[in-house]
Structure formats: structure tokens, C-alpha cells
Write a protein that binds this ligand. Structure first.
Ligand code: PHE
Length: 343
């Protein structure tokens, strides 16, 4: 029996050392030490032995059992360690890698197309000696209307549906409010632009938003005429569209300019022949502008007998829509990443 035990022990230890997985180890354990295991059965049959031999063999069996359990445990630790090492080698993650293709473009992020064009326009105007001004989005009636020659009873207030605050202020309906703040602060001659977000109480559709972006422009100097206005507008358009643009001026009414104009550009799509984009007129309405009304100069503490100027208001959403043939103004504030990553 002793011999039998020793053989079993040697065999078991050899298979344990060769075992290639934790599952295999478990099978070996069941086969040898389980309820019906080989060693268990030997232990059970000890009772049939004479007492002296029984004690000796029993002791040996228990020692061998402990030793097998130890070997199993040792091999288990080895196999686990090997498994972990294998995972480390094969299943590792390079946190410095970036994902390929389109996904990478959107994850990197970039300026919104409106910001892009705003910064371009700022560059164009600063290169022509203009200063960039800022103003608050919540404005007073005075800066948004009154000082722009639009007193409380004036029907022109209806041209711009307004969000009023409970304390009688408003969300600026146009960047023209910045003109007055600029005139108060600066001494002529000066040239300024004021980019910003504006708000109107509009019902929203493909061409109307309640929140959009404008750039206001104003130049005050001696003897400013419509010719100066045309020169600066043509230069701006040439820089933005990277080609010479044909323009025309139509009369337009704004209480803060006199004369006031709507500046149209010849349709960029059909070159003036007529197409669906320009509704077969050959022209696109782009830029309201005019010479600063003397009352407005007075509100800005500028003497209209000495100084004159021009002003314009450029709608950035329209401009970006023309540049990229975007057909719905609602895309800009939708936050839809599929729209944004195209720019
Ligand atoms: N503020 C006017 C608007 O938003 C545009 C404008 C600006 C017109 C400057 C003339 C001069 O409708």
C-alpha cells in the first residue's frame, strides 16, 4: 500500500506540474482528493490494515495529501501569474493613441463656423485701422433704441420684436447699441466694429432665429460720404469671398442712418443671371448701412457740424449660410455635432 501511495503521489505531482490551466488543476484535485478520489479511497481502506501499519500509512497519506494540496496551490499561483502576464502583453491599451478618421476630427473640436467668420472679419477690419468694441447683451432702452433716434412712440420699434426684462431693460435686438457706447467713449476720428450676439422675439423657421450674430461697423471722420462706405464694404466682401463682388445700393429705412441703404451683392451662385437662390432676381440682400444720422451723433456727444460717418450691420448667420450653402438657420444653435464637424 505504501508503494501504491508513493506512486500515486509521484504521478499526481507530475500532472500538477504539467497542468496548463486552473480548470485542469481542479480536475486533478477532484480525481485525487475528491470524495471518490484515488487518495481518499486509499485513506478509507486504511481500516483494513493491521494497527501498526495503519498508523504509519495513515501518517504518510496525510503528509502526501498536504503536500499535494500545497503543490496544487503553488501551481495555481503560477498559472494565475502567467495568465496576468499574458494579458499585460496582449491586451494592453495605448492611451496615447488617437482614433483614426472622422471621429478624430470631431473629438478634437474647433471654432464654430460663426466664430470663424467673426474672427476673419475682425482681422480684415483691424488691418484697415478699425478697433474692436464690445457691449452688453442685456441693454437699456436708451442704447438699443432711444439714442439711435428711435423714441418710445416710434413705429420703427416694431421692426425689431423685442425680449423685455421685467425691470424694463431688454436683450439687445442689434449690435447698433454698441455704436452709442463707442461714440461716448472715443473722440473722433475713429473706426470701430462691434461683433456680438443679438436677440429678437421671432417665431423660428428655416430663415428666422431668435438668437443670431451681427457685426456692427462705424467710421467717424471729416467729410465721410457714401463713396467711403462703398469702398469699405467692397473691400470687406472681396476679402470674405476671395473675389471681386458686384454690389448695388437700394434705399433702406433705419432711423439711425440718413440716407439708409440695403446693400445687395450680385448672386454668387448664378453670377446675376437668376437662379433659385436669388429667387431669379440676380441679387442677394446682404448688408444694411448708411450715413450716421446727425441726431445719433448728438446722442453720442459728437458735433454733426464737424464730423460725419457711416455705419453698417452685417448679419453673420446669413453670411455663413451663403458661404457654405446652408439652407436652414436653425443648424447654428442646434448643437448637432454632425453639422458642426463639417467646418
Ligand atoms: N441695426 C440694423 C439691424 O439690425 C442694421 C443696421 C446697422 C442698419 C447699421 C444700418 C446701419 O436691422
Amino acid at each position: 500500500m505504501k508503494q501504491q501511495l508513493e506512486n500515486l503521489y509521484k504521478q499526481t505531482i507530475a500532472t500538477i506540474e504539467k497542468a496548463a490551466s486552473i480548470d485542469e488543476l481542479e480536475q486533478i484535485r477532484v480525481k485525487v482528493l475528491g470524495r471518490k478520489g484515488e487518495l481518499t479511497q486509499i485513506l478509507r481502506s486504511l481500516g483494513t490494515l493491521p494497527q501498526e501499519e495503519r498508523i504509519e500509512t495513515g501518517k504518510l497519506s496525510n503528509e502526501l495529501k498536504d503536500s499535494i494540496e500545497e503543490a496544487l496551490e503553488k501551481r495555481k499561483i503560477q498559472l494565475t501569474q502567467q495568465h496576468i502576464n499574458k494579458l499585460i502583453m496582449e491586451d494592453w491599451l495605448d492611451v496615447t493613441l488617437t482614433k483614426p478618421g472622422l471621429l478624430q476630427e470631431y473629438q478634437r473640436g474647433h471654432l464654430h463656423p460663426i466664430s470663424q467668420i467673426q474672427y476673419e472679419i475682425e482681422d480684415i477690419f483691424t488691418s484697415m485701422g478699425f478697433e474692436i468694441l464690445d457691449g452688453p447683451e442685456v441693454e437699456t432702452d436708451y442704447y438699443n433704441f432711444e439714442a439711435l433716434n428711435i423714441p418710445p412712440y416710434h413705429p420703427a420699434r416694431d421692426m425689431q420684436d423685442t425680449f423685455w426684462t421685467e425691470d424694463g431693460n431688454l436683450l439687445r435686438t442689434h449690435t447698433s447699441a454698441i455704436q452709442i457706447r463707442g461714440m461716448e467713449r472715443l473722440t473722433p476720428p475713429f473706426r470701430v466694429i462691434g461683433p456680438g450676439r443679438v436677440f429678437r422675439y421671432e417665431s423660428i423657421d428655416a430663415s428666422h432665429e431668435n438668437t443670431f450674430y451681427q457685426v456692427e461697423g462705424m467710421m467717424i471722420d471729416k467729410d465721410i460720404s457714401v463713396a467711403h462706405l462703398i469702398y469699405f464694404m467692397k473691400t470687406l466682401l472681396k476679402e470674405i469671398f476671395k473675389r471681386n463682388i458686384t454690389i448695388r445700393l437700394r434705399p433702406g429705412y433705419f432711423p439711425f442712418v440718413e440716407p439708409g441703404f440695403e446693400l445687395d451683392i450680385q448672386c454668387l451662385i448664378c453670377g446675376g443671371k437668376g437662379c433659385s437662390v436669388c429667387k431669379y432676381s440676380g441679387w442677394l440682400e446682404l448688408l444694411p448701412c448708411g450715413l450716421v444720422q446727425p441726431n445719433v451723433l448728438r446722442y453720442g456727444k459728437i458735433d454733426p457740424d464737424k464730423w460725419s460717418g457711416f455705419a453698417f450691420g452685417l448679419g453673420l448667420n446669413r453670411l455663413v449660410m451663403m458661404r457654405y450653402a446652408i439652407n436652414d438657420i436653425r443648424h447654428f444653435l442646434s448643437g448637432d455635432i454632425r453639422f458642426l464637424y463639417q467646418f
